[in-house]
Design a protein around this ligand. Structure first.
Ligand code: 13P
Length: 337
């Protein structure tokens, strides 16, 4: 199976009433962990790479690792997505490198830090949509800003998405999916206590979905930051302060109201780091990297498989025939004709 368009994965998820996890990767072991979890649970999946990940991995390594993934797991529909593209140039280079989906994050200027104005966001996102849809590639935009900083990206300030502005944004840009800011942030330190309705604006999701029922909503910063993963890190010499993530039941509530893509990176990082610390502490004389990378990969697989089941994508890998990017190009051309 070739890599598929994210739009198709999300359309299918909307029809089936489930969400699809978008998991970040930087290396072979993370791609393997996700693909094994997808096979274990029979899930379609989105694999995403930030700009930092692309430069760490090198685009050609990343692309060929993904080619290996689709060759070795032919039963799994998988989309390759650029996470937080900071400019049209970044998104266009991702498309040239074989990504089947891109995020143009025009909520920030191209420094990836300074909040941008609405007109700028519309202009750069529209530019990417025109380019991407002409070759069948999916586009995610973002309105409002998340908290936290990921791979150097983020203003650190939260600006919640305005539902009326969201309607105008989608109409003006033609995006396939909209990342909404509802109070989440990237990274491990999201909340200092279990978040309730005052800190997590789930009502906004409901409101935006009512106004934009056919736009796929995206929740960024959606790691749940499980205490048991933090405990493993701290038990073996780590120093992670008490913290809370996004409860899975809040994500499930979002999925009932139009959330189709759920971004998760931190939970994988925590699982990997805990497993590596444990393996090294338990056998300090060992120096074969496989002795800690194997348990790290298995720990990531376990948390990803759990999320796939919780988001509802499990069991849906074989539901449909993937459409080629050429078919998707024709679909977009028809929609705008
Ligand atoms: P987490 O840091 O909560 O995993 O969020 C990742 C993310 O949103 C990637 O874009």
């Amino acid at each position: 199976m070739a890599m598929v368009s994210m739009r198709q994965l999300l359309d299918e998820a909307a029809a089936g009433g489930y969400g699809v996890g978008a998991f970040n990767v930087n290396n072979m072991e993370q791609i393997q962990a996700i693909m094994e979890a997808a096979r274990e649970t029979s899930s379609p999946v989105i694999i995403q790479a930030s700009r930092g990940a692309r430069s760490y991995t090198n685009d050609r390594f990343l692309y060929h690792l993904m080619e290996a993934a689709v060759e070795l797991y032919p039963e799994i529909p998988v989309a390759l997505h650029q996470d937080h593209g900071n400019s049209p140039a970044t998104c266009i280079s991702a498309i040239e490198q074989g990504f089947t989906s891109v995020m143009m994050d025009g909520s920030l200027l191209d420094d990836g830090k300074t909040p941008a104005d609405f007109a700028y966001n519309i202009q750069v996102t529209r530019e990417v949509v025109e380019h991407a849809h002409a070759v069948g590639v999916t586009v995610e935009g973002e309105l409002g800003t998340l908290g936290g900083i990921e791979d150097g990206v983020g203003s650190g300030e939260i600006h919640l998405t305005d539902p009326d502005q969201a309607v105008e944004f989608v109409e003006q840009t033609g995006i396939d999916a909209l990342a909404v800011a509802i109070g989440t942030s990237h990274g491990a330190y999201k909340f200092s206590r279990k978040p309730d309705g005052k800190v997590l604006a789930m009502n906004l999701i409901q409101e935006i979905h009512e106004k934009l029922p056919t736009t796929h909503l995206v929740m960024h910063g959606s790691s749940s930051v499980p205490k048991e993963l933090i405990d493993i890190i701290n038990e073996y010499g780590g120093e992670i302060r008490p913290t809370w993530g996004v409860p899975v039941e809040e994500i499930q509530l979002g999925i009932r109201h139009g959330v189709r893509k759920i971004n998760v990176d931190t939970d994988s990082r925590l699982a990997i780091t805990g497993a590596i610390r444990k393996a090294m502490a338990e056998d300090p004389g060992e120096f074969d990297p496989r002795s800690y990378l194997k348990p790290a990969r298995a720990a990531m697989q376990q948390v990803i498989a759990q999320r796939m089941t919780q988001f509802g994508q499990a069991g849906h890998a074989g539901d449909y025939e993937p459409r080629s990017l050429t078919e998707m190009r024709d679909f977009y051309a028809g929609a705008t004709a």
